[in-house]
Design a protein around this ligand. Structure first.
Ligand SMILES: Cc1cc2nc3c(=O)[nH]c(=O)nc-3n(C[C@H](O)[C@H](O)[C@H](O)COP(=O)(O)OP(=O)(O)OC[C@H]3O[C@@H](n4cnc5c(N)ncnc54)[C@H](O)[C@@H]3O)c2cc1C
Length: 380
């Protein structure tokens, strides 16, 4: 039931979270820990299906896992000790000592999902519209639900964002990221040796590929059971975006084609293109069973709060993956929201402060991602 909006915001708010991926789960867990009553509405019918990709496990993600007694971050992360740049022929051009910590989307999602109670996580429950002033949401499986606060953690194609800010559209950056994951057990010893312990890059004239080890499909971190994750940023190379993003069923996708859904000619052409990569990367791409592709785009919103509705994570700002910060930003948005609600006198003050702080951060991150990507893909 909705509560008196003028009362202090410290505890007991009824919060409806739309979207049960990373942003929704970080928010649900952080708000529950602060004494609020979050319920997550996720439109997918069952557990979310992983795309299997890697994630940079930034410090704030690891802290979140530890602080909320979810899991020892060591148990679901891998490390590299060196950032290494290869020449086209595969020699090491430059190596810099640097520790990076990685995890996989599926390992992290599983831990967060297990930490949030089933009875407060509704599946097959799409939020179809919100009334921000009344903090009311229409949910596909119910008539209407009123809360004290609505948080839309609906990802880059958020319908709540479209409703609140119809002009805030994702802007295609004119290049894509081909991605893939290979089981360590399926790699040759030479390939494991080439990538083990390093965050490896090859920078071409209009392409950039990188690789790092991530935990195995069940979160295993020991050598032999991990997976090697690669991300290959490439221009369209004279192709139409539609040609790449029409999947095996003939459906034109807007932003990504999932593992196993690329059309054969698209896959073949990208394999041919891999001949321009250093040999270790060429083999890695060729040996990947189910590569996938996602469009690189930028997204900003004018504000993250409209009355009693918030946009959080990718629903608000999408920064290019070069920043390695998409999931960390969702975690940061969530903890900052819980902190603001705990430290401010009223919900309105808390939301205004959170909006200022996190919108500034999101906007700066998007700018940084644009600069990094355009430089690396030679698009300036
Ligand atoms: C299944 C899946 C796999 C992913 N795999 C990877 C990966 O391997 N590597 C990587 O770097 N990033 C991956 N991502 C993206 C990554 O999670 C995000 O970029 C980042 O973590 C921010 O998360 P988010 O929760 O804001 O958005 P998202 O992760 O995009 O989640 C949005 C969620 O909201 C739900 N939703 C959308 N609209 C509604 C609605 N109206 N009502 C109810 N629910 C709604 C969606 O079904 C989805 O679960 C994946 C996302 C998903 C959904």
């Amino acid at each position: 039931m909705s509560q008196d909006q003028s009362r202090p915001s410290a505890t007991g708010l009824d919060v409806l979270i739309s979207g049960g991926s990373m942003g929704g789960l970080f928010t649900g867990i952080a708000l529950a820990r602060s004494g609020h009553n979050p319920t997550i509405y996720e439109r997918s019918a069952g557990a979310l299906e992983s795309r299997g990709g890697g994630i940079v496990a930034q410090e704030n993600i690891r802290r979140f896992l530890g602080d909320h007694d979810i899991v020892d971050p060591e148990a679901i992360t891998t490390r590299s000790r060196e950032r290494r740049f290869l020449t086209e022929s595969g020699d090491v051009e430059r190596a810099v000592s640097e520790t990076m910590v990685f995890t996989s989307w599926d390992a992290l999602y599983r831990q967060l999902r297990d930490a949030f109670p089933d009875e407060r996580y509704r599946t097959g429950a799409e939020v179809t519209g919100v009334s921000p002033e009344a903090a009311t949401a229409a949910v596909a499986d119910e008539t209407e639900r009123t809360a004290d606060l609505i948080v839309a953690a609906e990802g880059g194609q958020s319908t709540t964002r479209t409703q609140l800010y119809p002009d805030a559209e994702p802007e295609f950056a004119s290049y894509v990221a081909w991605r893939g994951v290979v089981d360590e057990a399926a790699l040759s010893a030479a390939c494991v040796e080439a990538f083990d312990g390093t965050f490896t890059f090859y920078q071409g004239a209009d392409q950039l590929i990188l690789a790092y080890f991530i935990p195995g499909a069940d979160g295993e971190t020991e050598p032999g059971s991990r997976r090697l994750n690669w991300v290959w940023y490439d221009t369209l190379n004279g192709r139409d975006r539609e040609a790449i993003f029409t999947d095996a069923s003939g459906t034109e996708r807007r932003f990504s084609v999932s593992p196993g859904r690329l059309r054969d000619p698209v896959r073949r052409r990208q394999r041919e293109r891999a001949e321009t990569l250093p040999p270790a990367f060429e083999t890695l791409v060729a040996d990947t069973p189910d590569p996938f592709v996602q469009a690189i785009y930028d997204l900003t919103v004018p504000a993250m709060v409209a009355d009693r509705a918030c946009l959080l994570g990718d629903a608000a700002f999408v920064a290019r993956p070069h920043t390695g910060a998409g999931t960390a930003k969702a975690a940061g948005d969530a903890t900052a929201l819980a902190d603001a609600l705990a430290s401010r006198g009223s919900v309105d003050d808390a939301l205004a402060a959170w909006d200022r702080r996190r919108a500034e951060y999101g906007s700066a991150l998007v700018d940084r991602g644009k600069q990094m990507g355009d430089e690396r893909l030679n698009l300036r």
